[in-house]
Write a protein that binds this ligand. Structure first.
Ligand code: AHR
Length: 519
């Protein structure tokens, strides 16, 4: 009899063990959202983009020329404009990147066939014919309905050159530069607010010291004038990753002369010599990619705390205007063109970064993913007349709900995702309330193996009509090709339930989810 009971218990234990293995991870993800306690606004500019004269970003990506058989408006391709409008692109940074500090804007105005050519020394040594210049870029921004963010040349330019560029674009009265603009076909000035004073001046933008650049910044910024009612939001070239001395030097000596300071940090899974493939990686490399992405939290926090010392009222914005995953180029492509595929892993990288930026929206006022089309963590890939939207694109589409919404404080404790004895939080989260009173929660289950149950409480709001959208895919390295553009796409999500303030969300492995709760 005893033996029978023991056998039964053993069998029951085995069944329970099998059941456990098939079950979702225990619900240790505890969430509380206070829907009535938001304070800071998530600027829509956190969802900004960056496009450089690099590879096929500008040429082929946006610009095909007026005579192209690819449908275009004044030379700019219509399909790309429509796709970017669909994610409500708020701003676009241009012309670089490293290219900005060797770009001389006067070469890019006037009749296109008369514009001088130059060598793009940073990116493949190709000849740049300057057919896409100031007028074309500002036309692109008008077509997109987004704000331009122009980065001026400090590394190889002059104070006079930058000062004249501002005058050319924004001065309405009579002056040498406004006369030249009118001769080139544009009567009224454009509105340009975001103005970068150099790019990576610790590296490709002149290899300067923090002290030297800070003095240069003050010289250049002084002569970037506000004409009429155009008010420049001047952005100093900030630190590389964890260069806290650079931030300290700038903030201590030039905070009063700037409105923003940039930060550059890329997710490189392996190392700069061999960054890793965009599509071929194992779980250990995936874990490394995500761990390195999470470093953004530390960088933003630490740089913000330095900024707090010199700018406690948080007037100066921290602007991570280059971020994203950087892998080896696709085999057989020009190494100088930085063309890489974009998979479900990249969607997870984007979702995590954007949740981090939202959380710091009291200090982070704008960010720009690198780079919009055909370069690095692109949201769009093109090949001649073909276009495809990447998994990263769909994260921007899902996260549109956060644009200019109020960040909601969340208390969240969650399960860990563990590989080789190393552990990271399995879920990344962000919540906001929009102008109509709807609450939106974006969640990333970065664990590729386990479902996550989130047990939540919604306070400060009755909450009704819960719904959601999800981005996921069977494999982490799934991507959207021109032939199979819908491999990774958004679907309706039915895994969120709300009843009497109790919220439960079931997140499939490797997923990015957006939950909407009506007020
Ligand atoms: O985005 C590619 C390059 O990365 C940019 O030109 C430069 O600023 C950075 O090093």
């Amino acid at each position: 009899m005893k033996k029978t009971i023991r056998n039964f218990l053993t069998a029951a234990g085995a069944i329970a063990a099998i059941a456990l293995a098939c079950m979702p991870a225990a619900a240790q993800n505890k969430l509380t959202i206070n829907a009535d306690q938001g304070k800071d606004v998530i600027s829509k500019h956190i969802y900004g983009h960056f496009s450089e004269h690099l590879g096929h970003c500008i040429y082929g990506g946006y610009w095909v020329g007026e005579d192209s058989p690819i449908p275009n408006t004044r030379g700019i391709r219509n399909d790309v404009v429509k796709a970017l409008k669909d994610i409500s692109i708020p701003n676009l940074r241009w012309p670089g990147g490293c290219f900005a500090d060797e770009y001389h804007w006067m070469d890019g105005i006037g009749p296109r066939d008369k514009r001088p050519k130059m060598v793009n020394t940073h990116w493949g040594g190709v000849t740049e014919d300057n057919s896409f210049g100031t007028h074309e870029f500002l036309d692109l921004c008008e077509q997109l309905g987004c704000e331009p963010y122009i980065c001026g040349n400090v590394g190889s330019g002059s104070v006079e050159e930058m000062s004249k560029w501002v005058e050319y674009i924004t001065f309405d009265g009579e002056s040498p530069m406004s006369k030249l603009r009118r001769e080139n076909g544009r009567d009224k000035p454009w509105k340009v607010r975001f103005w970068g004073v150099g790019n990576e001046n610790w590296g490709c933008g002149g290899n300067m010291t923090a002290e030297f650049y800070t003095d240069q910044y003050k010289r250049y910024a002084t002569y970037c004038r506000n004409y009429g009612d155009n008010r420049l939001y001047k952005i100093a070239g900030g630190p590389n990753e964890g260069d806290y001395h650079w931030m300290e030097t700038l903030m201590k000596n030039a905070a009063r002369q700037m409105q923003g300071v940039s930060l550059h940090y890329y997710t490189v899974p392996k190392n700069w010599g061999d960054k890793g493939s965009a599509t071929v990686f194992d779980e250990a490399e995936y874990f490394e990619t995500i761990s390195k992405t999470l470093r953004m939290e530390e960088l933003v926090s630490r740089h913000s705390s330095i900024m707090d010392q010199y700018d406690p009222m948080k007037r100066v914005g921290l602007i991570p205007d280059e971020w994203g995953a950087w892998y080896n180029v696709e085999p057989g492509t020009n190494p100088g063109f930085l063309f890489q595929q974009n998979t479900m892993r990249d969607a997870i990288v984007a979702g995590i970064n954007l949740n981090i930026f939202n959380a710091h929206c009291d200090r982070v006022k704008m960010t720009n993913i690198a780079q919009t089309v055909n370069v690095l963590q692109a949201v769009i890939l093109t090949d001649k007349e073909k276009m495809t939207l990447t998994p990263t694109y769909w994260v921007y589409w899902l996260y549109k709900v956060h644009h200019d919404a109020t960040l909601l404080p969340v208390q969240f404790s969650c399960n860990k995702y563990e590989v080789g004895g190393r552990k990271i939080d399995a879920v990344s989260i962000s919540a906001s309330k929009d102008a109509s009173g709807k609450v939106h929660i974006t969640l990333v289950n970065l664990d590729p193996n386990k479902e996550q149950l989130v047990d939540g409480e919604l306070r400060g709001m009755a909450g009704k009509n819960i719904s959601g959208k999800i981005l996921t895919s069977p494999k982490l390295n799934d991507y959207n090709s021109f032939e199979r553009p819908n491999t990774v796409g958004v679907k309706d999500f039915s895994g969120a339930k709300l009843s009497s303030g109790k919220l439960t969300i079931t997140l499939p492995p490797k997923s990015v989810v957006m939950v909407e709760i009506g007020g």
